[in-house]
Design a protein around this ligand. Sequence first.
Ligand code: IYR
Length: 223
Amino acid sequence: MVHDVDGFRPLQFERFDEERMLARARAFEAELGRRRSVRHFEREAVPLEVIDRCIAAAASAPSGAHKQPWTFVVVTDPLVKARLREAAEAEERANYAGRMNPTWIEDLRPLGTDANKPFLEDAPVLIVVMRQAWGIGADGERLQHYYTSESVGIAVGFLLAALHHAGLATLTHTPSPMGFLQRLLGRPENERPYLLIPVGYPARDCLVPDLVRKELDEVRVRI
Ligand code: IYR
C-alpha cells in the first residue's frame, strides 16, 4: 500500500474519458500555439499579483531530488531596468559586430533583431531566472543540487505557459554573456543567470515575424 508509507500521501489525479482528454489536449495546444515571443511592449504596468501567481506555478515544476534550484528576480525599478539595458546593449553590440559568426547573424535575420534592446526598459517587468548551482544551508554550508539546467528549463516552460495563459506577453531573452546580471542584481555566488524574461502587454502596433512551425510529422517519430 504505497499510500500507507511514512512521508507519502495519496495522489490527487484527475482522470478524463478519452473524448474529454482529446478536447483538452487540443484546446491547450491551440492556446499555447497562440503564444509568440514579443519584442515591443506597452509601457503600461501589469498586476504584480499575477506575476507572483505565475512564478508560484513555475515553482511547482519537478526538479532534481526536489531541490527546487531556482530564484525568480522580479525587476520593476526603472533605474535597474535602464542599467540592465545599457549593459546588455554593450554586450550585444560586440555580438553583432563579430562575436556571432556570419551564419548566426544570417539565421537571426528573419527575427529582425539587432543590438538595440528597448524592451528592457519598455516592458514593465523583467523576470531574471537564476539557476542555483548549489544551495546554501542554514549554517551557510553548500547543499548539493542536481540536474539544475533541466530543472530550471522545465520551470521556465511552466512560467512562459502560465504568463501566456494569464494574458501577458513574454520574450525569452539571453543577453550574452550574462555575467553583468549577476553583478547588477547583486545575487549570491551560488546563483547563475539562466534567462531574462521581459513581461508586459504587447505594443498596440506590435508585429511579430511571420514564422512557420514544423509539422507534427517533422518533430515526432513513433517507434
Ligand atoms: N542575444 C542576441 C542574439 C540572439 C540570439 C538568438 I539564438 C536569438 O534567437 C535571438 C537573438 C540578441 O538578443 O539580439
